[in-house]
Design a protein around this ligand. Structure first.
Ligand code: NAD
Length: 418
């Protein structure tokens, strides 16, 4: 098994695409190569000025993987381990994700290899704006629409919109999604990914006969996705017993008080210093004795080494690619149900689509409408995947891949072969 994240992503794609016999269905084009090769990978040196007047040089990326079903769409990640292979894998999953939830976008991803959290606020703004300036001719509301990912948020999207407006002289709000509401963001976008995670957990729990008001959960990562998922799980009656962030974990057998933990983290502290629980290691959160585990940090959190210790019977992939390749087989053999990332965390890109629609119409929806439409999309996608999985006796991941691959292959074929 390959270790490069993009090579791993491709191996899974080939495995799940095999029964679809795409080459027989679409004989006039090399469909498998088309679906596994990025349309374009942009890699560039990004230099920005530090507060002490020195220059900082970083590697930056934007991968536009596939636009057969609509403009490229995908987040921007600022993190030290960002590289081209990871960005390609994330862009690859993005176009499969937009296909699973049937929204009219393709897939892209971008990032900068930088210790973003250590930068001052002016340095963060200079870096983000520099990134946007370099990519100015490659993004656009009909071309490629960035959004937040790890270490980026509404704030960074506002800065990118500002660059676009200054240089193009156009107030085209739909060039980015996940913006602040005051400049065209959508109600409910910030919470959308975590909300989508919990909608799929509730459906899977019904199918497994697990009552949420008697269930317990652990959440890895307490950023945008993890903190919202934890809050909403608790609102559904789930006892959230363990939570981690990059600095450590916290546990309370009787359930953590999530609103208080959110306030604690907002004040700039890590979860492990929360007085309402005992500090534990990050690793211990993954193997906590709970029914539901939500990995919502980074890729490959669960690998062959720690998979045997997992006690949860339901894993909801809030993060992209949190279950590594060898771990998947171990967990499948243990009978653990995994709601795959390309379905589970698709709520964010779904509400990004709603934001794009609202920007293009300049007509804004109330929160109730956003949440109701999100629920409809997530339920439709979940049940399409779960019905196929049951019918074909395959995992939810394989069913989600089959649905996504079929939709994109069909769109690619309809565009002709010349
Ligand atoms: P974020 O930057 O808001 O939060 C990341 C969290 O993970 C932080 O709490 C950080 O401390 C924690 N973390 C990092 N390394 C960790 C480790 N080793 N152990 C425990 N915690 C760790 O990022 P986010 O937007 O919440 O994204 C999290 C994941 O969800 C990523 O995989 C991202 O691609 C995926 N995702 C995000 C969105 C979105 O809308 N933001 C949408 C779909 C998927």
């Amino acid at each position: 098994m390959a270790t490069d994240p993009f090579a791993v992503a491709k191996e899974y794609f080939y495995r799940y695409a095999a029964p679809l016999e795409l080459e027989k269905r679409y004989p006039r084009r090399d469909i498998l190569e088309h679906l596994t090769t990025p349309d374009r990978s942009i890699e560039f040196r990004l230099t920005f000025q530090r507060d002490d007047d020195s220059n900082c040089v970083c590697q930056a990326y934007r991968v536009q993987f596939n636009d057969d079903r609509g403009p490229y769409k995908g987040g921007i990640r600022f993190h030290p381990v960002v590289d081209l292979a990871e960005t390609k894998a994330l862009a690859f999953w993005m176009y499969l994700k937009t296909a699973v939830v049937e929204i009219p976008f393709g897939g892209a991803k971008g990032g900068v290899a930088v210790d973003y959290q250590s930068l001052s606020l002016p340095e963060k703004e200079r870096l983000t704006k520099r990134y946007a300036v370099v990519l100015l001719n490659d993004i656009g509301s009909q071309k490629d629409i960035p959004a937040p990912d790890v270490n980026t948020s509404e704030r960074e999207m506002g800065w990118i919109l500002d660059v676009w407006r200054m240089i193009h002289g156009l107030y085209d709000r739909a060039v980015v999604t996940g913006k602040p509401i005051s400049i065209g963001g959508s109600q409910g976008r910030r919470e959308a990914t975590g909300r989508g995670v919990v909608i799929t957990v509730a459906e899977a729990a019904k199918e497994l006969g697990l009552r949420l008001d008697q269930a317990s959960a652990a959440v890895q990562g307490f950023g945008n996705v993890g903190s919202v998922a934890a809050s909403l799980l608790q609102q559904c009656g789930v006892q959230v017993r363990a939570v981690s962030d990059v600095g450590g974990g916290v546990m309370n057998e009787k359930g953590l008080d999530i609103p208080r933990l959110v306030e604690h983290v907002k004040s700039g502290q890590g979860v492990s210093s929360f007085p309402g629980g005992q500090a534990i290691s990050r690793e211990a959160v993954l193997s906590a004795k709970v029914d539901i585990l939500v990995p919502a940090a980074l890729e490959h959190a669960i690998m062959a080494e720690n998979a045997p210790a997992i006690q949860a019977t339901l894993i909801a992939e809030g993060a992209n690619g949190p279950v590594g390749p060898d771990a998947m087989d171990i967990l499948n053999e243990k009978g653990v149900t995994i709601i795959p990332d390309i379905l589970c965390n698709a709520g964010g890109v779904t509400v990004s689509y709603f934001e794009w629609v609202q920007n293009r119409q300049e007509f804004y929806w109330p929160l109730e409408r956003v949440n109701a439409e999100l629920e409809q999309v997530m339920l439709r996608a979940y049940h399409a995947v779960s019905d196929l999985a049951r019918r074909e006796k395959v995992t939810l991941r394989e069913a989600a891949y089959r649905i996504a691959i079929t939709r994109v292959a069909e769109a690619a074929a309809r565009r002709g072969v010349q």
